[in-house]
Design a binder for this molecule. Structure first.
Ligand code: NZQ
Ligand code: ZN
Length: 388
């Protein structure tokens, strides 16, 4: 295995009533707070009032940016950065799901750039500084609360780009499972599909694995498979919501990487889908992942699928490897499309093959995607077709 650096510098307050620490944490970074949020769910669930009360109790000055869309737009990043520059904001407070958190990360970075924030996504502007970010997560899915990445959409160019900058890592994140009780069935299911995909992107790897990390990943996947249906059935089940929330964080905070160096596969493909069709990220991943698995399953890769089938789905390990491998993909489909009830094809959600060629080309910037199995644009186009 390769060497690696372990450094995940986000402090986490996990559980109920932890917001009483919010004022003290914000105060460490200054007086002027920009609160960022989405379309209003935080007001409906009473979280907005609680956050504002803590800010006011701490004697801090509050500014706001609302209306951050799912698949957050670069226009919101620019709007937020303008406020930060004009008001001399000290600290950002993102309250919401991955979209709000991602957007806020780029607001923090764009504050130090005089120009269109899209330049940052195009790698035309360096990111060496970022305002400090504190998050209050309301949806378990992306892991943005404990990673340094973020994905931004540009509807004008129909691009959606994700980058990682260490300076955008949140300083502190508040993870209270009870605030996710109001996440509806669809978004709970999409969150589960997203987090399982984050693990699959790392687990299916041709590098020599660290046995211990494979077991951690299998445990995380089993946790999602066990608790997502419970949370959908009984939205206020604390144990289910807590397990999903902490799993989403650990699925992508870097711990499971263990020095593996390879590109992700389904995420670049999905970002092309949500760039053009504005679909929910987890739904796109649910449709793509089993087809990508079918496409990449062969004699070279079969042992990893076998391991997945036996250790995650409890399949009979005495059966031939290929049989277990194929069955494991069927089990994943049953989970995503049966148990979680997500749409199983692109056709079902109104997407045809019109843009497959261009989407495939854009997924593999640089020619080939050096992933679990190297994929050229023509391979990716074929995988999109398998999703119809
Ligand atoms: O806008 P509001 O009113 O807040 O409503 C949201 C939104 O409509 C709602 N919601 C959130 N918390 C809620 C709630 N509704 C009721 N009760 C609550 N407690 O849910 C809807 C979806 O929210 P969104 O933030 O878009 O979902 P998610 O957390 O799945 O974020 C998706 C975005 O994150 C990116 C995706 O590409 C997508 O743009 N990703 C970010 C990653 C990262 N930073 O590392 C990695 C991921 O792979 C992913 O690409
Ligand atoms: Zn994802």
């Amino acid at each position: 295995m390769n060497n690696f650096v372990y450094n995940i510098p986000t402090k986490v307050y996990f559980g109920e009533n932890q917001l009483e620490n919010l004022g003290a944490e914000l105060s460490k970074y200054g007086k002027k707070v920009l609160l960022t949020y989405g379309g209003g769910s935080i007001k409906k669930i009473g979280l907005y009032d609680k956050v504002v009360a803590e800010i006011s109790k701490a004697g801090l000055e509050l500014f706001e940016l609302s209306g951050i869309d799912p698949n957050p737009r670069v226009s919101s990043v620019n709007a937020g950065a303008d406020i930060c520059k004009k008001e001399d904001i000290d600290v950002l407070l993102a309250v919401g799901g991955g979209s709000v958190l991602d957007c806020t990360k780029y607001i923090g970075a764009a504050t130090y750039y005089d120009g269109d924030a899209w330049d940052i996504l195009l790698k035309k502007a360096p990111v060496e500084k970022c305002l400090p970010i504190i998050t209050v997560l309301t949806l378990a899915a992306t892991g943005s609360e404990m990673d340094a990445g973020g994905v931004i959409s540009n509807p004008e160019t129909k691009d959606k780009i994700g980058l990682i900058f260490p300076v955008m890592q949140p300083k502190v994140s508040f993870l209270d499972p009870t605030v996710t009780y109001t996440v509806n069935k669809f978004h709970t299911a999409c969150g589960a599909a997203d987090m399982i995909s984050h693990i699959i992107e790392v687990y299916f790897n041709m590098n020599q694995d660290l046995y211990m990390l494979d077991y951690v990943m299998e445990g995380l996947m089993k946790t999602i498979i066990k608790f997502a249906p419970i949370a959908m059935e009984k939205p206020d089940d604390y144990e289910a919501r807590a397990n999903l929330m902490w799993t989403s964080t650990w699925a992508i905070n870097g711990f499971v990487n263990g020095g593996k160096r390879q590109a992700w596969s389904c995420h670049p493909m999905e970002h092309e889908l949500s760039a053009i069709y504005d679909i929910t990220h987890g739904l796109g991943l649910a449709i793509l992942t089993p087809r990508w698995m079918e496409y990449t399953l062969n004699e070279n890769t079969v042992s990893k699928f076998y391991q997945f089938g036996v250790n995650v789905f409890g399949l009979d390990g005495t059966l031939p490897q290929m049989e277990v491998a194929k069955k494991s993909i069927e089990m994943l489909k049953d989970f995503l499309f049966g148990t979680l009830g997500l749409s199983s094809t692109l056709t079902e959600i109104g997407i045809d093959d019109t843009n497959f060629e261009i989407m495939a080309k854009k997924s593999v910037t640089g020619g080939t995607m050096y992933a679990f199995q190297p994929l050229a644009a023509s391979d990716i186009e074929e995988i999109f077709r398998m999703c119809l």
